[in-house]
Design a protein around this ligand. Structure first.
Ligand code: ZN
Length: 438
């Protein structure tokens, strides 16, 4: 037990020092850890050895981060199929590990295992996310989550509360009133629902200093709305349960990539690194979890890297933006990605500009060069105004794409699955698999 406490203290200090190192120093450290992790995985994790042998990769050729591109990708399906024997390091005793599973947006569960040290390290990266925007140990933090938070209070320090995500929003508001958080943490959609429901009376009691939203892609509009309701800054955090912290916003609202935990590649459809500002598929390599390493792991999200520096002075590189799920994004005839969020934001912009222009809509890409908009007209629909929106979409596409508008009376819901406003039927079918291109 004492060993874990001491390691926790050490890791906590280390991650806080890391953020002030220069980018060059962080990159060098990451390179060392990533390469060591790959060599270890080849030696200890049967599935990686088999995979790399089959791909004809020699470990002698894996020396720098630039060599990563020689390695094939790994997908959630492969991990699921090879769990536990193929994907855990030899000799791992799950009983002495942190063992859990995630469902993600696909609804299929993915099991994962961390050593206790890895789990402690991961928790210190959470702590750093919160201190980045001003959380201090004497603040009370309250988590809106489906599981209990396992952080324990130390007397007046690290006080935490937990509000279940599966109760009604009114019950959640009552629970939050009792907890009186300085910091509120939760999924963006849950906090948004709470923000839409709280009354001015509730807000006399619920007065957080900051809010951290996580685990889902939220739009800036949604975060701005939450901030306006609670009158405090809202920071977005990007993580997965299996790889833990990937990025979070600092006080400047810039996203920093935590390259002391995970190495992040942004790749185009040919598997090459995209330029700063361009949309790429996010591919992750963990470096702190030797028991179950994720090497060139495709999580299916899109993002844009940035080469700008942040005024906060942290050396962690910046991420310009998230662009939603790869599966929802449009792939144009040239092979460029256009994010579903960008298309959705365009509609939102015109819904705000011309109230009652449209009642409901759905945008479907059926072919790389063809996009169909199903539209239920609003009571103040005007063709010239809707044409403005189409012109804007054409500007975003930036290459010849036919946009057809079909007027409909209603847009049927597909039942249990949450309806998507933006959907592409193209990429699952026609886009070459990055893994096969490699
Ligand atoms: Zn910053």
């Amino acid at each position: 037990m004492l060993r874990y406490i001491l390691y926790g203290l050490y890791a906590s200090i280390l991650v806080h020092i890391n953020q002030w190192r220069s980018y060059e120093s962080l990159r060098k450290r990451a390179e060392k850890k990533v390469i060591r992790q790959i060599h270890l995985a080849y030696k200890n994790v049967p599935y990686y050895k088999k995979k790399y042998d089959e791909a004809g990769v020699s470990m002698k050729d894996i020396k720098t981060l630039a060599d990563l591109k020689k390695l094939p990708f790994i997908t959630k399906d492969e991990i699921r199929e090879n769990f536990p024997d193929g994907i855990l390091a030899l000799g791992t005793d799950i009983k002495h590990c942190h063992y859990s599973a995630t469902t993600g947006s696909t609804g299929r569960s993915l099991p994962f295992v961390f050593s206790h040290n890895t789990h402690i390290f991961y928790n210190t990266t959470n702590f750093r996310v919160y201190t980045m925007f001003g959380y201090r140990p004497w603040h009370k933090s309250v988590y809106v989550k489906y599981t209990n938070s396992n952080v324990r209070s130390l007397g007046p320090l690290f006080r935490t509360g937990h509000v279940k995500s599966i109760i009604t929003v009114q019950e959640q508001i009552e629970a939050i009133k009792k907890e009186k958080p300085d910091m509120l943490v939760g999924y963006a959609s849950l906090i948004l629902e709470i923000a839409r429901t709280v009354t001015p009376e509730d807000l006399k009691i619920i007065r957080p200093k900051f809010i951290s939203v996580n685990s889902e892609l939220s739009t800036r509009d949604q975060r701005d709305y939450i901030a306006s309701v609670f009158k405090c800054p809202v920071y977005d955090e990007y993580s997965t349960e299996e790889t833990w912290m990937i990025a979070s916003q600092c006080k400047e609202h810039n996203y920093h990539l935590f390259i002391d935990n995970v190495w992040v590649e942004f790749l185009n459809e040919k598997g090459e690194e995209v330029k700063p500002g361009e949309v790429g598929e996010i591919v992750l390599t963990t470096m702190m979890s030797p028991v179950m390493p994720f090497i060139r792991y495709r999580i299916g999200d899109l993002g844009r890297p940035s080469n700008k520096k942040c005024a906060c002075g942290r050396g962690f590189p910046l991420l310009e933006a998230f662009d939603g799920r790869r599966d929802d994004s449009f792939i144009l005839p040239s092979g460029r990605f256009v994010s579903s969020l960008k298309i959705l934001n365009t509609f939102t912009m015109y819904i705000k500009k011309y109230l009652h222009l449209m009642e409901e809509f759905k945008v479907i890409q059926t072919d790389p060069g063809l996009v169909i908009i199903k539209l239920v007209k609003g009571k103040e629909y005007r063709e010239d105004r809707f044409q403005e929106l189409i012109d804007q979409l054409n500007r975003i596409f930036g290459e010849p794409v036919t946009i057809k508008v079909e007027m409909v009376d209603s847009i049927p819901s597909t039942g249990a699955v949450k309806r998507k406003a933006i959907e592409s039927l193209v990429n699952k079918r026609d886009i070459p698999d990055l893994a096969r291109l490699n």
